[in-house]
Design a protein around this ligand. Structure first.
Ligand SMILES: Cc1cc2nc3c(=O)[nH]c(=O)nc-3n(C[C@H](O)[C@H](O)[C@H](O)COP(=O)(O)OP(=O)(O)OC[C@H]3O[C@@H](n4cnc5c(N)ncnc54)[C@H](O)[C@@H]3O)c2cc1C
Ligand code: SF4
Length: 328
């Protein structure tokens, strides 16, 4: 048993004042408590943020929605506005975890959940993400779940979130508050590739608290799809997931968004792949071109050589579903 202090602030400023190098915020606890029990993390201080006033979903002046960071995954997925205006997000959230976990898990916590790389959770093995400089056994070990894009010598882990893949396609903004003030981070810049700092999953500074996630007005409600492929039909992390969103003029694509999960250290988006769809007919030929662009440079590992082809087919199928069943 490792002792830790526990605080339950009522105000954001109070929470920020408590934050320090050995402290962690705790929301639903569905990831952090596992990491503590597995001895991967041992914070000296827990700051329970559940009493902070961050549980609302509100309209923004720009026509979008501002989602408080403590809104549970279940409340967000079943919110009527989200279901109607951002079905892509709703479906992505419901594809993840279990009803019980979604009741506990928060919006902010989902963004900050750690990788599911087996070695990261096994303190009997080295791991550059857990202990920088110790090595990456996944590179030549069990790597079926691991990255095919954007990986580095130091780490081949993937980000496990479903919700974040949809948020990337929707171009959400993450609003944070820290010791040095408030700022907002584009979803594309929130998570990072591992490079030589795989211990850093994201671009948050020490002590910064996620206060909200903003959904822009464009929800692609008419033409979007979230497709998740995994080893079993429910309660499993994605081998590949695709968030696809289209704006159509008849059968011609006016705008497209495409993000992949299960392939990289962050939701994988390449603007050129989306641009390749603009002005093209919504058919399998166009979708295949975009898939090839999005997957360009993919480097599978020993046990996940199936991923590039699986991803290619999943992208084509998801775009087809988004377009309204035009492709298989
Ligand atoms: C068995 C199981 C299956 C799962 N399956 C899936 C799945 O299929 N798809 C999927 O997407 N997810 C899945 N999850 C992950 C789950 O979605 C996350 O554990 C959850 O979203 C984390 O949210 P939380 O509020 O519980 O975070 P916590 O565990 O409380 O915190 C996680 C991290 O975020 C930090 N944090 C939390 N809130 C804030 C904030 N507002 N500001 C700054 N830091 C903060 C904490 O300090 C901690 O480091 C699964 C989890 C489990 C246990
Ligand atoms: S892939 Fe990353 S998380 Fe997994 S063992 Fe290697 S360094 Fe650790």
């Amino acid at each position: 048993m490792r002792p830790f202090n526990y605080h339950r602030p009522e105000r954001v400023e109070e929470a920020l004042a408590l934050a320090g190098p050995d402290s962690r915020y705790i929301a639903g606890g569905t990831n952090l408590l596992d990491l503590m029990k597995e001895n991967v993390l041992h914070p000296r201080q827990l700051i329970d943020i559940n009493r902070l006033p961050l549980r609302r979903i509100e309209e923004t002046p720009g026509g979008g929605l501002m989602v408080g960071s403590l809104v549970s995954n279940a409340d967000l997925a079943w919110n009527q506005q989200v279901e109607q205006r951002y079905p892509l997000l709703s479906k992505a959230i419901l594809a993840g975890a279990s009803p019980q976990l979604r009741n506990m898990a928060s919006t902010g916590g989902n963004l900050l959940q750690r990788t599911r790389c087996y070695y990261f959770y096994d303190t009997g093995t080295p791991c550059n993400k857990r202990e920088p400089g110790t090595g990456c056994p996944a590179r030549d070990g069990l790597n079926r779940m691991h990255a095919i894009l954007g990986a580095s010598e130091a780490c081949v882990a993937v980000h496990p979130s479903d919700m974040c893949v949809a948020l990337a396609a929707l171009e959400a903004q993450v609003h944070v508050q820290g010791p040095h003030g408030k700022r907002s981070i584009a979803m594309a810049d929130f998570h990072r590739l591992p490079g030589d700092r795989p211990d850093a999953d994201n671009t948050l500074a020490e002590g910064e608290l996620i206060v909200a996630v903003e959904l822009p007005a464009a929800g692609f409600a008419q033409h979007s799809a979230y497709l998740k492929l995994r080893d079993r039909a429910s309660y499993a992390f994605a081998l590949i997931s695709v968030a696809a969103a289209l704006e159509l003029d008849g059968s011609t694509i006016k705008a497209a968004r495409l993000a992949l999960g299960g392939v990289a250290h962050k939701p994988w988006r390449i603007e050129a792949a989306e641009q390749a769809l603009v002005g093209k007919p919504a058919d399998e030929t166009s979708f295949a071109v975009a898939a090839d662009q999005l997957l360009a440079g993919a480097q599978p590992l020993q046990h996940n050589a199936f991923k590039p082809e699986l991803a290619r087919r999943a992208i084509i199928r998801a775009l087809g579903e988004a377009a309204g069943g035009a492709a298989r």
